[in-house]
Design a protein around this ligand. Structure first.
Ligand code: MRU
Length: 344
């Protein structure tokens, strides 16, 4: 995709403002970690791998001029602010932990050398994410027929990552392998990542895409037109339970009901072996306004209750396979995921 989700340029972090897509392409520039934290919290940037990269770059920005013990204390402060932005995607904590390890290994460096080292690491996390998505895409493309219709939910594309995408990476790789791919995108209430973002990037890439309201997925799947469902993940537990955008779980139930394979595209940075099952995954609750208002206008009676969890957990038993950059994991996931993650 020609538009970059996030990049480090001239010691600032640039992001396309995803809240304004598809109508306006506005680039935001951040020179301070607090700005990056606010961008993650308010969803200027979103998607598990993308917020991991943003947190790493934010942590690097927070380092200018710090060295030795002061650097450690500074890191704790910066990381705390970044970590508090969104709790579900493990990539954010994973990227901060990687930055902390680099810091601890380089405490003898002077202020500007330490900053340069942290900057190099953040850029490496960005670049490795794209490479992982390309490898994951190639593994996943093998699972797709020569001519296939794919249903996806939310946005697990270039916009949700440093580039190329996970679920949409599989679709891109299948298309590049000469397969004829058609995509149905759930609109994904209430933030409309499917209608606004998935449709935008696939259309830009000339991959045929049709948007449906979330409540149309059952009728679409029962029509027999869908060959497989592919979604991303914010955190996949050691047993294969998958946290992803709210609405993923009902899609998995429907897919099972209609004998349609349900695939999860999960870079290893989204797999959390320290989390035994989905019950341990923290689920972010977002502002009631995302539901009570639409395009700035109140749509529910004032004073009624609003429940707005941003993610749900799909039990491993509904997942056909989990696609990673090291290969495809099949049930039992407690064995296959651990093997792929440990690289043995
Ligand atoms: O709330 P969001 O837009 O950050 O949620 C994003 C998702 O649920 C994605 O499917 C997930 O992060 C995987 S992105 C490769």
């Amino acid at each position: 995709m020609a538009v970059k989700t996030i990049e480090w340029r001239a010691d600032s972090v640039r992001m396309i403002d995803q809240r304004l897509l598809p109508n306006r392409e506005v680039i935001r520039i951040y020179r301070d970690y607090r700005g990056v934290a606010e961008a993650i919290r308010t969803m200027v940037i979103r998607g598990a791998p993308a917020i991991g990269v943003a947190a790493a770059m934010g942590a690097a920005l927070g380092f200018k001029g710090y060295a030795g013990k002061r650097a450690l204390a500074r890191f704790e402060k910066v990381a705390k602010t970044l970590r508090a932005t969104r709790p579900t995607a493990v990539n954010l904590a994973w990227a901060l932990e990687r930055m902390r390890m680099v810091l601890e290994a380089n405490l003898e460096l002077g202020g500007s050398a330490l900053f340069r080292r942290m900057r190099t690491e953040a850029i490496a996390i960005h670049d490795e994410d794209i490479a992982a998505n390309r490898a994951l895409g190639n593994h996943g493309a093998v699972l797709i027929g020569k001519s296939a219709t794919v249903l996806t939910h939310c946005n697990a594309g270039a916009l949700a990552t440093a580039g190329y995408g996970t679920a949409l990476g599989v679709i891109r790789a299948a298309r590049d392998a000469g397969k004829k791919i058609e995509v149905f995108a759930d609109e994904t209430r209430p933030f409309l990542q499917g209608a606004r973002l998935t449709a935008w990037e696939l259309h830009k890439d000339r991959i045929p895409v049709t948007v449906i309201a979330d409540n149309m997925a059952g009728s679409l799947l029962s029509s027999g037109r869908v060959d497989c469902v592919i979604v991303g993940t914010d955190r996949t537990a050691a047993n294969g339970d998958v946290a992803n955008k709210i609405g993923t779980y009902p899609l998995a139930v429907l897919a099972r009901r209609h004998n349609v394979p349900f695939y999860v595209a999960a870079p290893l940075s989204s797999i959390d072996l320290d989390c035994a099952s989905g019950a341990e995954i923290p689920i972010e609750q977002r502002s009631p306004k995302e539901l009570s208002e639409f395009a700035g206008k109140q749509v529910t009676p004032k004073g009624v209750g609003i429940f707005n969890p941003a993610f749900d957990v799909t039990p491993a038993e509904l997942v056909t396979a989990i696609i990673t950059e090291r290969g495809v994991a099949y049930p039992p996931f407690s064995k296959s995921l651990a093997k792929l993650k440990r690289g043995s």
